[in-house]
Design a protein around this ligand. Structure first.
Ligand code: ADP
Ligand code: MG
Length: 379
């Protein structure tokens, strides 16, 4: 449809939010040496905003007059883009603000969205400077499309908008434990994986989800009389209560205190090595976790690994994940299901949870997809 794709105007003015501490600390040098010359050729002028601390970019885009910029470019890892998305969603005019095309240039150690966009665009698998060059080329071309976001709510009342994924257990532990090896660049995840394998832990909790297939199955025939059927699993919302500027309601989710609807699936096992809800193909430059994922597929790709898996099998799965062939191994401990919504209720607050690679206190969380909520440069 007409809203799905667009192109940046020329000449074009980009606000670049750059974290000088991201990755191995070379983002500013790389920007000046690699990015700026290419953008100059493409008639894209830049104003660089160098972040001085965490949350700086969040505040900047929340309060900024956006009319002066044609695109917001993030030169960092996924963490800074997470700040930008959530800063924009805090604006009273978020609906308008989210139409501003966003662009990710990999400057961090975790560059999952950049790797995913490189993959969707059909380019060869690359990392480091080559990935940066490909993503800069995508910005030069100026084509953007819509991207789904996932709204995550926690038991303590926090709400986040996430573009990459939510995790608990093994992978999230690696992500956070390996922060201290940031200077290694993306190799920090390889080292972190081996360290976490050594002290493999089990996480107890209940996982439930609304499978995409539940909408097509017709297992519950709609009555011809009586109450109107609940279509697409939507929970009726009180009408006329949404104030202008209020955030999009999570129409698939009952409050966290209430049980999930009957057409949801509750996983019978309650001991996990990991749970990961990912909405992009890549979880890192060398982790092709959800090869079928696309920017606006309307899907959360839910993976969970049950306890009892051996370390050797787990290592095999992670090695296969670098090529995206882990599901071909048909490991009985690994499950994959495309869903619209999920809920995770840890039995005790153990382990780290992550949203787009950023740590979160461990507590009950649920989320649902909001199709096409923002726009992103995609080649
Ligand atoms: P990386 O992939 O290397 O982790 P991110 O973009 O994810 O890079 O950034 C990591 C964190 O650094 C983010 O949570 C962000 O808030 C924070 N941050 C941003 N600017 C700065 C800064 N100048 N100094 C320290 N931390 C910063
Ligand atoms: Mg990060």
């Amino acid at each position: 449809d007409g809203d799905s794709y667009g192109v940046l105007p020329r000449p074009c003015h980009a606000l670049v939010l750059l974290n000088p501490q991201s990755g191995s600390g070379r983002a500013l040098d790389d920007f000046q040496a690699v990015v700026q010359p290419m953008l100059a050729e493409a008639d894209i002028a830049t104003t660089v905003f160098v972040t001085e601390r965490a949350h700086h970019a969040h505040e900047k885009v929340r309060d900024e007059d956006l009319s002066q910029w044609d695109t917001l470019v993030v030169m960092s890892g996924d963490g800074l883009l997470f700040e930008v998305v959530n800063g924009l969603m805090e604006r009273p005019d978020w609906r308008e603000a989210m139409k501003k095309p966003l662009c990710i240039l990999p400057g961090g150690s975790g560059n999952a969205l950049a790797a995913s966009i490189n993959y969707y665009a059909g380019y060869d698998h690359v990392a480091k400077k080559k990935l940066l060059t490909n993503c800069t080329f995508i910005l030069c071309k100026g084509l953007y499309t819509q991207m789904d976001l996932v709204s995550l709510s926690t038991a303590s009342g926090k709400r986040f908008f996430s573009f990459l994924g939510f995790g608990w257990g093994f992978i999230s532990d690696v992500d956070i434990d390996s922060e201290k090896y940031r200077w290694l660049g993306s190799a920090r995840f390889t080292l972190g994986t081996l360290q976490c394998l050594a002290k493999l832990r089990v996480y107890q909790g209940r996982l439930s989800y609304l499978p995409v297939a539940a909408e097509q199955g017709g297992s519950a025939p709609a009555p011809r009389d009586g109450p109107a059927p609940v279509t697409n699993g939507h929970i009726p919302q009180p009408a006329g209560t949404a104030a202008p500027g209020s955030l999009p309601p999570d129409s698939l989710l009952p409050p966290l205190g209430q049980p999930v609807p009957a057409h949801w699936t509750v996983v019978p096992e309650e001991e996990f090595v990991l749970v990961y809800a990912i909405y992009q193909s890549h979880l890192g430059t060398n982790l092709l976790m959800a090869p079928a994922a696309r920017l606006h597929d309307g899907c959360i790709h839910l993976f969970y690994m049950k306890a009892g898996i051996s370390r050797v099998t787990l290592l095999k799965l992670f090695l296969a994940m670098s090529r995206g062939t882990h599901l071909d191994l048909n490991c009985p401990h690994l499950s994959y299901v495309p869903v619209r919504a999920f809920r995770l209720e840890p039995r005790v607050p153990a382990g780290v949870m992550t949203v787009d690679g950023e740590a979160l206190a461990c507590e009950p969380v649920q989320g649902q997809v909001h199709p096409r909520l923002c726009r992103v440069l995609s080649g």
